[in-house]
Design a protein around this ligand. Structure first.
Ligand code: ADP
Length: 482
């Protein structure tokens, strides 16, 4: 049958609290397949009570975990990484089933997601302290790094594994313990991941996972004093609320929120590079990434050529069942997601945009890859995150205008531009008000580099050595009378 697993044990539908699996009872949460629209599983609909128990378990487990050597924690994370890689295809099948993404996107995500555990397994041993020259003779001044304590993670559905591993990896490497809540649409990948963690030897209570009522779980997580850190990836609206909720107990926060990424093509760009990068930046993961190019700004001298070449590429792409080789992209996650993309497309067409290639919607949650041109900055598609496979091109004249248009948003996550001129590359790279800038590429994410935004796109960085700092605080020791 469709998406049958080699190892059926990975089809996990229980929650993990303090090393115990609890199963769905009463009003369970239904998980559906975005392509067939069939219900494929039920997971527990937990609330504040279960979340409280999970926080307690994480609190109990914290001292023992923090006391282990960094290299012991790293070894467990590395085993977890290895188990994910060994079960790559099964995890990818689960992802296609619950998220809908195309097979190649799913396998790439497993590898990318696993990479965070591998990277932070090593980073665990590099949380160095400092010895500071003393201000007074006979004193020794030390700065050490300590894990912040119990952490909470709330993750979205677009990367069901990677959005979790980029939090779990650094948290556990640092010596923190965690309670995680995956998105309601894609809990099974997260639960399978937890199961592999147990197999890798993650001690009871170090990693806990609850599914269910987002408000109740998020409320319990943010209210609890024992939780010292919240890491959230999702929409800006929810991020702002959670940030407020964390204030009362003064939690450390990492917030990876929405974006409105510009993709600028300057006259001196290499056309082929620009088109290839544009395709990746827009259509990877069916257009459902927070760093997806949302606005193509193309300089007048290359505009027509770019639109024609990109139109050919978009016209050749196909949306369909994620399990079919012929599908470049899958269905969108849910009806709301599809409605939003259709609304943006219609709003653009009503206001003077034209269809260059593709277009229209298919059955269920399928939206066909589409390229629109003659888009303007005030259209919905330019101001809001579309989160789907519709690319929108607008034309500009000067480099100044391109930069101004690109920065004309309250968001600041990813940005992209293509140019072969070193002076343009240096200037535009400096002037873009974004946390990340891709130059002549549409694929920038890796566990080794800092991922995160400025302005309304959030706070903090994930990945790289900066990613582990988010789970540590600095302790200053002033030793006198020595
Ligand atoms: P997306 O558009 O990616 O679904 P959301 O911000 O709605 O963005 O969801 C991201 C995560 O936040 C999901 O796990 C979701 O269940 C959770 N979430 C949504 N609303 C709340 C809330 N009020 N409190 C805590 N978590 C929430």
């Amino acid at each position: 049958t469709r998406g049958k697993l080699d190892n059926q044990d990975l089809w996990v539908t229980g929650n993990l609290i303090g090393g115990e699996w609890i199963s769905a009872s009463g009003d369970a949460l239904e998980v559906d397949d975005p392509f067939t629209l069939e219900v494929i599983a039920e997971v527990p609909n937990c609330g504040a009570e279960e979340t409280g128990r999970a926080i307690e378990a994480a609190s109990d487990a914290f001292p023992g975990w923090a006391d282990r050597t960094a290299s012991e924690r790293g070894e467990i994370l590395h085993d977890w990484y290895r188990l994910i890689m060994e079960n790559r295809d099964d995890l990818a099948r689960i992802m296609v089933l619950e998220n809908g993404k195309a097979w190649s996107d799913a396998t790439s995500e497993v590898e990318y997601g696993a990479g965070f555990l591998k990277f932070f397994a090593q980073e665990a041993t590099r949380m160095l302290g400092e010895i500071i020259p003393a201000n007074t003779p006979g004193r020794r001044l030390l700065a050490t790094r300590e894990p912040v304590g119990v952490c909470a993670a709330i993750t979205p559905w677009n990367f069901p594994l990677a959005m979790l591993t980029r939090k779990v990896g650094p948290a556990l490497a640092a010596g923190c313990t965690m309670v995680a809540k995956p998105a309601a649409a894609t809990p099974i990948t997260a639960l399978a991941f937890a199961k592999l963690g147990q197999k890798a030897g993650v001690p009871d209570g170090v990693f806990n996972i609850v599914t269910g009522d987002a408000k109740a779980i998020g409320g319990a997580m943010t209210e609890a004093f024992a939780v010292r850190k919240l890491s959230f990836t999702g929409s800006t609206g929810v991020g702002v609320k959670l940030y407020e909720q964390c204030a009362a107990t003064m939690k450390k926060t990492s917030l990876e929120l929405g974006g409105n990424a510009p993709f600028i093509v300057f006259d001196d760009a290499d056309l082929e590079t620009a088109v290839e990068s544009a395709k990746t930046a827009k259509f990877r993961n069916s257009g459902q990434t927070c760093i997806a190019a949302n606005r193509f700004l193309v300089q007048a001298g290359i505009h027509d050529e770019f639109v024609e070449a990109f139109g050919k590429v978009v016209g050749d792409m196909q949306a369909g069942d994620g399990f079919e080789d012929s599908s470049d992209i899958g269905p969108l996650i849910d009806k709301d997601g599809k409605d939003k993309v259709e609304e943006h497309r219609q709003n653009a067409l009503d206001n003077g945009a034209r269809v260059v290639a593709g277009g229209g919607s298919g059955d269920g949650r399928i939206v066909h890859p589409t390229l629109l041109a003659d888009v303007s900055p005030d259209m919905q598609i330019s101001c809001e995150e579309t989160f789907g496979p519709v690319a929108a091109v607008m034309k500009f004249d000067t480099v100044d205008e391109g930069i101004r248009l690109a920065n004309d948003t309250e968001f600041g996550l990813a940005s992209y531009f293509c140019s072969r001129n070193p002076a343009t590359i240096a200037r535009v790279g400096r002037e873009l008000e974004y946390g990340m800038v891709g130059v002549n590429t549409g694929l920038i994410s890796t566990p080794h580099a800092p991922f995160g935004g400025v302005k309304m796109s959030g706070l903090g960085r994930e990945g790289s050595h900066h990613g582990i700092e988010e789970y540590l605080h600095v302790k200053y020791l002033c030793e006198a009378g020595l």
